[in-house]
Every structure is written in structure tokens, then in C-alpha cells.
Ligand binder design. Sequence first.
Ligand code: NOJ
Length: 839
Amino acid sequence: MLGDFAVTNHRKKRGKLIGAICCLTLLLTGLMTGCGGGGSSTPPPQQSFTLAAAPGSVLVSQGSTSTPVQLSVQAVNGFQGTVSVSLQELPAGVTASPAVPFSINADSSQAVTFTVANTVPRGNYNLTFAGTSGALSNSAPLALTTSGAAVNRPAQDFKKQVIYQIVTDRFFDGDASNNNPPQSPGLYDSTKTNWQDYWGGDLAGIQQQMTYLGGMGVTAIWISPPVDNIDVLANLSGTSYAPYHGYWARDMQQIEEHFGDVNNTWAAFDNLITAAHQNGIRVIVDFAANDSNPNDGGEFGALLDQGQPFASYQNDPAAPNNLFHHNPTITNFNDPFQLQYYTLVDLADLNQENTQVDGYLKSALAQFMQHGADGFRLDAVKDVTWGWQYALANSAFTGGPTFLYGEWDLGGTTDPTYADSVQFSNRSGIPLLDFSLANAMRDVFANNGDFHEIDDTISQEDSDFVSPNDLVTFVDSHDLARLLSLNNNQNLLNEALALQLACRGIPVVLYGDEQYLHNDTGGGNVPYNRLWMSSFNTTTTAYELVDQMANLRQTNPALAYGTSLQRWINSDVYIMERQFFNDVVLIAVNKSQNAAYNISGLYTSLAPGSYTDYLSGLMGGFSIQVNAGAGGNNPVTAFSLAANTVSVWQSSAPATTPELGSLGPRVGQAGLTATVGGDGFGSQGTVLVGTTASSVQSWSTSSVTFVVPSVQPGSYNVSVQASGGATSNALPLTVLTGGQVPVTFTVNNVSLPAGASLYVTGNVFELGNNVQSASSAVGPLLAVPASTTSWFIDASVPAGAQIQFTFFQVLSDGTIVPEGISHSYGVPSSGVGNISVSW
Ligand code: NOJ
């Protein structure tokens, strides 16, 4: 049982470097006495020994054994004894071989290995080898980092993960030979003063920092786009820009030479994947499908396919065979047509409804999957044709287990595109980066906003999104000024991170936040938020906080799967409870700089008992006493909550019946592999899709992989039935008709009355099963440019199906005007489709 109500805080015990043990060095006692030619006797130099460990640090993943550490005894002044060696601060669950104490003779060495149990929390531990021989002693420090158990298959559920976001160019230079590659010379600035140049960070650099990453407890890294980018500076409005950020692709099928090697091979990427997976860290690739590169400088939008010409923006075939859209820059970010078909800033806008472009993008994504990428952050999903992205997600999920999340940039839950973002995510099964919560968090922690903002946002989103626990949360990002640039207060950043790491959703921590990096030039906005990672200190409060909360996310399912409940709030204080059956986490944050608050009338689902702070006082936390109450509302003895503190109290109990917390993907067709996560599944049982049993591929008490059965397309409840018959709660699954392709539906001859909108429905689930309502059908259709009577939309429909479809209008008063006839269409079995009819 993990921390019951008597709460033993199971946070790992960090070894303190026994720095105080100093070396006994040679004592020279040869004192010259006497003079005048008299004889002097010099006592022999005192014998001693030194103990040394090489290497002085070692990285070991859970469930594995370290490479050997050579521990050697060096004799000083002819020492010839035997040294008995013991180990101090060896964490529970780590065993040394040979077992201590062991002996080493003078001028000999002993290889020592460490085996780390799966239960040892990820983190950094400072061990000390202590050697004695009679009255002599000496010691040698050893830094042990334990990382996560090796991952050997892709994950479909990231809710237990903590993601660390890296701008590869700005992190660590692991390979100086790629800094100024011959095919793209002069884009590198070794002085790191030109913010628009490459600064040398690369994939090898990330790999070389695996110990730092493992010790921070992060279980995934999101890397900036690693694809080959333009080879020359883009001179835009008088400034020269290198594509250090990775968003200016020239060839999406190869790796950028500044990040890998001069031949643009996958070697550095493959090596990073191998090293990360060995240490329980998954790799998420930033994937930009909206555009290639600037259309007004540099390489003028052109794209290559494995080095061969693929698409030329400047010499693009005429419509309908165009590979790019040639529309103006988006000015109205609330207009769906502009968003999907206009140009984002100056970035050559790809026409995903072209078969070649569709194939190019899907094969790029598939290649990353084949090279071991565990997931994708989809860039600018608001700006890419939505139907095409539903089909992209389906193609990714069909290709194998993976995890996707999209960037739908918005201002908050009142943003005009918020409703569209919800629909996009719920229908596609693509979770979104949680911009609404980020905005609220940034206002609360940087601008002294009121905690109600955060609480209201969580409530709103939790009622709108099918799977709020899949939202990907952040406080800082590579596109926003860092919190410390807005308000240079490290306490507030720590508090924001603590709350984010406890919140529902999958947390992303931006590289350098744990080192309190910021540069406030220009308000700290891009590019000044993309600083060089100048230190890798493993003892900052934020680094330790991330580690501890990442471990809690692994051990207490309340953080990954639980509900969110506000238990006490005022403008400065937020006490939030996460609960998943008998697993509970309660977090209390007081962000005031000076005011303590008396907290009375606080209730919790924690069972009666006393609870110590899970963070062991890292941020001023303390213990609470929970008393017996009724109905899951147990009163907490009143306490004073000091300014600038965070406390985390928790308890977790293994489930005795199946408890379902996660399903991924949430949308897919029969035959697709999906995974449920939770607790108490036992060693065997059944996964039910509705009432249909599915075929099971693997079963553990917390995770089951199954195949979506052949059932009628539609919405289902998925549940887990243990072998004894006990059945879990249910989670929703959308079963599609089949694999998906995007089809552009155009209808001509429609003069829409003012305020009316147009939808398409049809005889397949994807088109709403002929139900003529806006919430079931696909739409509203967009106006064909320069036409007042032609309308279109790109929709994702079953590949190879013969479908019947029809249009209907929704008038401003809600009246439905049906087209009255239906059209027939044979959907292509791959690529993209296009059908144009008249009303
Ligand atoms: C959003 C990314 O986060 C940003 O950094 C990038 O410049 C744009 N999309 C265009 O790809």
C-alpha cells in the first residue's frame, strides 16, 4: 500500500553528499630538528591510502544493472593493508554487487555494479564509498542517477508522463562537427549573440544530457522539429533569419544537418531514441504539416523529398493540381476559411487536399514512427484543414500505437474559436495543448490574477472536452515570454509549476524553467525566450520539484486519471483535490508574497489520519490532520497557510476491482489497437466495447492492449471486466466505419439566406448517419472564393466506401432546409477525394 492514511511520505530519500568526509592525506612529519652539524632522525612518512571511484557518476534505469564502477585503493607511502569498504546513503531498492562491506587490498581495485529495482524513484542520489583500514579512513563520492525502466513498445496513454520541451538548437552542443555544415555554411554563431542564428545544440547534445533528464524524472521529451530545414538565411524585411527553431522545412524526410550529420541521415535521431528509451524517456517530435518555409525569402517555400525536388511554391501547377495555396496572409484569426487556406505569416501554405502533398506528409510522419518516435506535437492544427487532420490522425493510429497532441492557439475559453477547438479535438481524438489553462495560469502567477480564473477554466474545459485528462498543459512555451520575464519571482514560478504538475492534463515543462532561465530583452518574447541552456544544476528547487511530482504521477493514479475538485479558494489560495477512486492528491498553494491565510472549513476525500507534505517541505509544506466526516467530505483541522508555500498531501491504495482511467486512442476503426489504463485489472479478463468482447493483446493490472472489435460504427462505452466478473466504470470510444481518407465535398447552386449555414450529412457515421442537425453532421461549409453560390468542406470519410450524402441548410431561426435528394460517391481507398455536385 502506497501511503495509507497514516501516511508515510514515500518520497525518495536523497543522499546528502558527505562532503564533510575529507580525504586523509599524507601527513608529513619529517621535522628537521637541531642544527650545527648534529645528527637528525626523520621518522618515516606515515602510510595511508586514497579511495577513488571511476567513473564518479553512473546512470541506471529502473530494473537494470549499472556498468561497473572501478573502486580503487591507492597506497600512499608504501601502505600495504586491506581496506574495508562500506556504502553510505544507498537508497532502498538499490543493491550493490559485491555486497558491502567488501575488502580491497592496497593498490588494487574492485568493480562494483548497482542493480536498481523498479520501485526506486527516478532521481539523483549522492552515495559515498567509505573505506577504513585500522585507524585510517578515506572516502569516494559516487553520483547515482536512476532513470525510468526501459520502454520497449509505444505508448498510447501519456497521462502518467511529464514532458520536457526542448528547443534542440538551444539545449546542448554534443557534436561540434555539425555546427557549420558545408551545405549550409554561415548560419552558426559561436558567440551566441545573434539570436536568429544556430547556436550549436543538437540531437547528440540531448542524448549526452540523459543523466540530467533522467534525474529530473521526466518521462518524455518534446523536441523542436528535427527535419531538414532551409540551407540559407531568409532575408525578411531586412533581417536575416536561420531556421534554428526547425519550423522551416526543406525536406521532411531527412534530418537537419545542424542537428544530425552532414549527410542528413537518421543516425543521430536513432541514437537519441535508443538512449532515451533505455532510460524510460519517450520522444515526441514536433511535426509541422501546415507549411514548408517562408515564401518570400530563403528557399521561397520549396520542398524536397529525400533530396529530390518535390514541390515548388514559385512554380506550382495551377489549381486544382496546386501543391500550395496561394492566398494572402491570415488577418482574421477567427475566420475558418482564412485559418485553413490563407498563409500563416509568410509560410508557404501546403495544400493537403492534393494527393501528393497528403502522401508526402503522411509518409514523413510514418518515417518518424518507424524510427521510434513515440508521439507527435502537431503544429498549428487550427490552420490546417480539419478533415484532413482527422484522416492524418487515423493514419497515424492505424500505423501503430502513438500519441498525438495539437497546437490550437487561443486566448481562453471565451475565445471565438474555442468551440471549434473543442469540436476538433473531440471528433478527431487529437488532444490539444491547453492554451486556456496556460493563459489563466500566466495571469494568476505573473499578473497577480485571481485563482478563480484557473478554477473557472478547469471547470469549463472539464465539461467540454471528452477527455480533459489528455489536455497537454503548460505554463511557458517557446512561443511565449517566460513567466520570469513577466514577473521575476522564482517562488511564483515554482508555485505555478507545482500546480501545473498536479493539475489534470499531461504537463509540459519548458527547458530552462528549472534553471530559472530568462532574458527580458524585448519583453522576453521570441527569440529571447529561446535562451541557451547555460546550466544543468540538479539542485534547484524547480528541478527537484519536477522530479518529485513526476514520481508522484507514476505512483498515484489520481494525478493521471483523477477528477479535479476545488476544495478551498480565494484570490491568493487554491486548494485542489484530484481523485481516482481511493487515490487522492490534495494540493494547497498560497501565492501571496506576504499574507498567511487561516484555512478553516476545508474538506477532503483523504481518509482520516495525519498527512505529511509529499514534497518534504521543499516549498514550505507541512502536515495536516484529517478527521472523520461523511460522504467523502472529511474535515481538515484548521491551519494557517503561510505565504509562498505549496503543500501536497496524498494517499494511494491498490484497487481491488477494475478502475478505468484512460483509453487511447479514443477514435478508431475495427482492427485498430487501443490501450486502457487504470488499476485493479488483475491478471486476466475482458475488455468490453459496449457489450462486445474484444481480443486482448496484452494484460497487466494497470494496462490492457486490445483490438477494437467489429461492431457497428458509433459511440460506445468501453469497460474492463476482471476474471471474477467485477466490471469497471466506462470510458467513451468512437468506432469509425473504417480507415479514413479526406474528401472535399463541394455543392453548387446554393444561395444561402443571411445568417444561414450549410452542412453535409450522409449514410455513414463520419457524416452523421443522415441526421440533419449541426451537431451530428459536418460543417458549416465554407464559401468557395469568388463565388456566392458554391460551398465546400473537407471531411474525413471511410476509405473505399460507396456513400450517399446530402446537404441541408440551418436558417438563422434554426429551421432546417433539406436538400431533399442524396448523391452517391465512391470514396477512394487511399489518397484524397473530391466530389462536386449541384443542390
Ligand atoms: C507554432 C509554433 O509553435 C511556432 O513556434 C511556429 O513558428 C509556428 N507554429 C509556425 O510553424
